[in-house]
Design a protein around this ligand. Structure first.
Ligand code: 4SX
Ligand code: FE2
Ligand code: CA
Length: 356
């Protein structure tokens, strides 16, 4: 059952929100992503030397990376492979029993489900379950993960954008309302949406930002052909780190990696910069969004015609940002087919975008 986002998700607001599905696993947060890259030394240059991720573990063909604030083994795994793709997204769940709960929940939904025993999956991760979720994405649920040494005050090790932590996943899917309902069943709150003419009763849902941790999001949806990964959002502490990163790309004549920004988002209020890695995987350097942990936190709804929604200063969003994304893999490692887009925000007549 779905009702209009922003009107019902707050428990008690109008009685319509029924809470997470009773059988859903208790998700703590977006925890890590595993990307397939075609040239690991070049990917290492980008993610480690330029962005400032720390190497926690390496073996031939694999790099496990984390930010300064992360105490877990990794928030990003780069794996060498023949085709650039998303191997899987991973959410940490609250207890070991929640891993079993995830297995039952996705089995009941009729999804492909695979149990990954400790020591057979991603380095450092304990017992896990991998599924192809109802949106077509490869997603892992795990509880146990190895710890890493505290790096928060290792200023001597900082480089590039001085990445603090993974913040969010942004995924392309043709049907935002279905994505919204799926994550609502998993207990995610909704911080912000972009909707069709909210005064004219259009209420087409173009995008939504949903969270378990107490920030604007763990996952957001971009309307378009899917399943594809739109970007990984990684957080810095301060906006000067975002600017410094952009400056270093310029100094090295590597400015072609910069795709959009720097700027201030309307949605989330975060300061941002989008980059493309050597394989075209998109990453957003993101900082200074806001707290959403109050249980009465209400959804903020943007009109798709508001030029400030995606860039608060009204700067145009370029077409590649709407259209290009990373393909995803099946549980057995083969690329998954991509469905047609049902919804195209870039086709809406919006002055600043100059699209449509
Ligand atoms: O472009 S948006 O302002 O809608 C936006 C995009 C807001 C927050 C994000 O993390 C994002 O990727
Ligand atoms: Fe983002
Ligand atoms: Ca550019």
């Amino acid at each position: 059952m779905t009702t209009a986002p922003g009107t019902h998700h707050t428990p008690g607001a109008d009685g319509a929100y029924t809470g997470p599905h009773p059988d859903a696993p208790d998700v703590v947060r977006s925890a890590y992503a595993q990307l397939v890259v075609t040239d690991l030394p070049r990917a290492r240059w980008f993610w480690v030397d330029m962005l400032g991720f720390h190497i926690q573990y390496e073996e031939p063909g694999v790099l496990c990376l984390r930010g300064t604030d992360e105490l877990t083994h990794h928030s990003l795994v780069l794996r060498h492979g023949p085709v650039a793709a998303l191997d899987h997204l991973a959410y940490r769940v609250r207890t070991p029993e929640d891993v079993d709960r995830a297995e039952r929940y996705f089995t009941a939904l009729g999804c492909p489900v695979r149990r990954v025993r400790k020591g057979t999956g991603t380095r450092g991760v304990g017992d896990a379950v991998r599924v192809i979720d109802p949106l077509g994405f490869p997603v892992e649920f795990f509880h146990e993960i190895e710890r890493g040494e505290r790096l928060i005050q290792r200023y001597d090790l900082r480089r590039g954008a001085e990445i603090a932590r993974l913040d969010h996943f942004n995924i392309c899917t043709p049907d935002i309302r279905t994505a919204y309902a799926h994550y609502q069943d998993l207990g995610f709150g909704c911080s912000e949406t972009i909707e069709g003419d909210t005064a004219g009763g259009e209420h087409e849902l173009y995008a939504a930002w949903m969270y378990r941790k107490q920030t604007v999001h763990d996952v957001a949806f971009t309307g378009g052909a899917g399943p594809r990964l739109h970007h990984l959002g990684v957080a810095t502490h301060e906006s000067h780190q975002v600017l410094r990163c952009a400056d270093i790309f310029g100094s090295l004549r590597k400015e072609h990696h910069i795709e959009r920004g720097p700027g201030r988002h309307g949605v989330s209020n975060a300061f941002y910069l989008y980059l493309r890695d050597p394989d075209g995987h998109r990453v957003e350097i993101y900082t200074s969004d806001y707290y959403t942990g109050d249980p009465g936190h209400e959804t903020y709804r943007w009109d798709v015609h508001d030029d400030r929604r995606r860039d608060f200063w009204g700067n145009a969003v370029i077409e590649s940002w709407y259209k290009e994304a990373t393909p995803v893999l099946d549980l057995d490692g083969s690329p998954r087919p991509v469905s047609e887009a049902l919804l195209d925000e870039s086709a809406v007549q919006v002055g600043a975008d100059g699209l449509g």
